[in-house]
Design a protein around this ligand. Structure first.
Ligand code: ZN
Length: 279
């Protein structure tokens, strides 16, 4: 199984596999180390008696995992990140900061050209106002950073069994106009199928949103958040804690969708990253 995983990883990455290949030679870790837009960079902060702190250059706190022998910052790389050198800031124990550079390799996600009737993509003034209100609310949800951070490796369980689309990062162009790329994983499942928590977490938001429909957000600590959309049922309220593998909502077709499925997003330091890296 170890070999298969590694072979699949190397095969999928082709010519720009250097950082991931290095990680694959070591023991398997979750999330996988993949320095591309929508990926996660695992950057060594070295040894320290206490968990060090690290931040993005935009000052967003980062998830730091490990132990006194070696700590790592797990950096969610935004889908819109330009390829090339990027950096984070690590706080020194003695005060001050040092910068840690890493390289973001280019990745071309697929593009999908769609032609639809104009009325279908342009929101009414009323819908637009609703969407703007929801967006402002969600900005606050997405800024959640709680202690303690999750422990151990961050391997997640698939929240719903079913066919998983590989559409993370897909760039959709409606009538020649670029839209935000698809920032999660879609899993095909019938309405009512139980959704189980991929790892333990605390519910930080539930609601019925214009695009996302019935939605639940889980906080796993340290800026690692997951979002579940288009739900037909939500069995939890904000503040409740769910265990790994516990049912907390059900698949549906609410919001702007054409059929029932689970949309699952994983967010690290406010960047949507590929959920597949955690499986
Ligand atoms: Zn989706």
């Amino acid at each position: 199984m170890h070999l298969n995983r590694r072979d699949a990883l190397l095969g999928a990455l082709g010519s720009m596999a250097l950082p991931a290949a290095r990680a694959a030679e070591e023991e398997a870790v979750w999330p996988r180390d993949l320095h591309v837009p929508g990926g996660v960079a695992r950057l060594s902060l070295g040894p320290a008696a206490r968990r060090p702190q690290a931040r993005t250059v935009e000052d967003v706190p980062l998830l730091v995992v490990g132990d006194v022998i070696e700590w790592h910052a797990l950096v969610g790389i935004p889908l819109g990140a330009p390829p090339g050198e990027a950096r984070i800031r690590a706080l020194r124990e003695e005060g001050g900061t040092r910068e840690l550079p890493y390289v973001v390799a280019p990745k071309r996600y697929r593009e999908q050209q769609l032609k639809v009737a104009p009325g279908q993509v342009d929101l009414s003034a009323e819908d637009m106002a609703r969407y703007e209100r929801e967006r402002a609310h969600l900005q606050g949800v997405m800024a959640t950073f709680s202690e303690p951070p999750p422990e151990g490796d961050l391997r997640m369980q698939v929240p719903v069994p079913g066919r998983r689309s590989s559409s993370f990062g897909l760039r959709r162009v409606f009538n020649g106009e670029k839209r935000n790329p698809h920032s999660g994983m879609d899993i095909a499942a019938a309405t009512g199928t139980p959704v189980k928590a991929p790892m333990a977490g605390r519910v930080i938001d539930t609601g019925d949103y214009f695009f996302n429909g019935g939605t639940v957000w889980l906080d796993h600590g340290g800026g690692l958040l997951t979002m579940y959309c288009h739900l037909s049922a939500m069995d939890v309220k904000a503040g409740e804690v769910v265990k790994a593998g516990e049912r907390f909502c059900a698949v549906g077709a609410t919001g702007r969708v054409t059929g029932p499925h689970l949309h699952w997003s994983v967010m690290l330091n406010r960047a949507m990253v590929d959920p597949g890296l955690f499986l």
